[in-house]
Design a protein around this ligand. Sequence first.
Ligand code: T1G
Length: 704
Amino acid sequence: MQANPETGETGINDVVSIERHGQIALIALDNPPVNAASHALRSGLWTAVEGLQADTGVQAIALYAKGRTFIAGADIREFGKPPLDPWLPELCNFIEKSVKPIVCVLHGTTLGGGLEVAMSCHARVALKGTKVGLPEVTLGILPGAGGTQRAPRLAGIPKALDMITSGKPVGAEDALEHGLIDRIVEGDPREIAIGSAQELIDGTLAARKTGELTAEPDEAALEAMRAKLAKSQPLLFSPHKCVDAVAACGLPVEEGMKEERRLYNECMESPQRAGLIHAFFSERAVTKIPEAKSEPRPINAIGVIGGGTMGSGIATTALLAGVPVTLTERDQAGLDRGISAITKNLDGAVKRGKLSTAAREDILSSKLKTSTDLAALADADLIIEAVFEDMDVKRDIFGTLDRVAKKGAVLASNTSYLDINEIAAMTSRPADVIGLHFFSPAHVMRLLEVVVADKTGADVVATGFALAKRLKKIAVRSGVCDGFIGNRIMTFYKKAADYMMMDGASPEEIDTAMRGFGFAMGPYQVADLAGLDISWAANKRRAATRPAEERYIPIADRLCENGWFGRKTGQGFYIYDDEGPRPNPDALAIIDAVRAEAGVTPRSFSSEEIVSRFMTAMISESIRVLEEGIALRPIDIDAVFLNGYGFPRFRGGPMHTADVIGAKELVRRIEDYAREDAYYWRVPALLRQMAESGGTFADMNSKG
Ligand code: T1G
């Protein structure tokens, strides 16, 4: 193999090359975007290491990567496909057995199989700012290339357990402190590689075979983690298997890796793996939008109208991302409420170590400006309106913005259901108007629905997505309809819950069943948290247009008529006092009364039936959202529910779950439920077609 005369590199294949420097051999990896350990990278690396074993001129080898990061893990796109040799665990053992010492230079986010390759090398140096981690548990699996055996040997069982069961990466300093790396350096990975390999030869950098090290036994740490996970992750499969795998690190490394492989395969078989990997890709797929090629407009200053819960949360998010904000309110009292809410949010970020005190001071003294005059927003690049959900109020504000906002400013509404087309028509620049629907609390929730009106410009849509990336939000493109993607579907499936409550299930039974399915909270706990008065106002708004055939359950309205709005009033479906949340007997009495008035004889509902009806309702309305093109792909709906509605991540989202249930079974269920209510339970045309053709929503994603 001829070396490239310019670089001196010899290509092993498209992603791996070798370069000689005297007694040193450099192996370079170049598999953008994140040097995933694809088959090409594995086989290229194997060939490179193998070829250098017999080269007497080589005294030491250095492995480094080009691009933004060292190996960020196994290639997730190869999961579920027949594995091709060499497998990553075998490659790691092969590297460890090398007769030539190998130093590994880490940079970027060295994760999963990437850290496993590094731990099988004989020394590791990391560039300042490098993050290392074993996030496999977030994909429903466990480190399957020796990570559960080598990490405890380097860092000890407690640290390894913490990293492997949480999946959270650690910084270079933490990794050095725990022996995962040997040095923190600054400079260019290639230059560092040459210098480090020379140090191996000079003996100033020790070479060790991790597999030959022993991990200090620590049964107490293993038991403590098992107990902790039994409480915190009762429904998840792989975290518990992670502990079992680490527990095998007392065995010789290759035997421990056999046990690791057995447990790894169990995780690969688990449906949770498919759900979690689907969730991983859903958050990346949603950025693929028709407007992606348009150039976003620059956003260097944001205006936020309204200092209430949403306005102050949105302002906080922007300020935390380093974007200056001008907050406006009708009066000083409103401004003061907004400023104190933002300050409280920032204090929380300081407490969580997400913000330094100095940065907090800088934000409050120079990045946040306030005014009671909308004219103060004349220089803003983007203005987000977050005021009371009333069309007349919106009309006033957008009419004024049309006059005061600069040319090219993006005018956004944070409305959670009002018609963005109607709002855009209130201005002379509808192409600049878009919906940016944040979720409460806006500085915490990752979801942002980017609502595209009929005349919204492609560059304005691209600006919405660019903003989301900057604010570390998951943006999902939505068309215009009542409630967009999330709230529209939630309004529909909440009715299924209300119908079960009316027919005999208690709010607590329904909530318990949905928590058993994996939701953090059931629908009535969520209703109490959000405030029953919110949906009461919406019910009143919709009363005039509610079809006569639609079954309506007035239970929540009755609670509100008593002034019981949920947590904020101390009672709703549950009572919230020092004794802790518990079912509200007065609410149960109202439920009995409403049933009696309607002549309903209550019946019992099993958890299975509750989950089946709830999910079937969610899926059927999701399909209609797809049919109408409100959502681009099924995976967009999954991303909305995973990041905005607490949908259990290991189930991948409503549309992934629909494929698990199957179109035929869903049609059967809806037709069965329709015998009692044919108006509510209707089979969407797309679903019937899929039941006949055998199509899946996954197919639609790959076509999307
Ligand atoms: N495999 C394949 N593609 C990957 C990938 C991976 N491991 N990681 C990222 N990508 C793609 C991603 O889909 C996107 O593609 C592009 O790279 C940029 O990613 C045996 C089995 C590395 C922190 O779990 O956490 O090793 O959308 O948009 O925000 O033990 O990606 O552009 O077409 O996310 O800068 C363990 C997963 C695997 C790490 C970068 N590793 N990746 O974040 O960019 S399991 C992980 C991440 C394993 C072994 C086991 C992040 C990142 P596209 P991005 P980013």
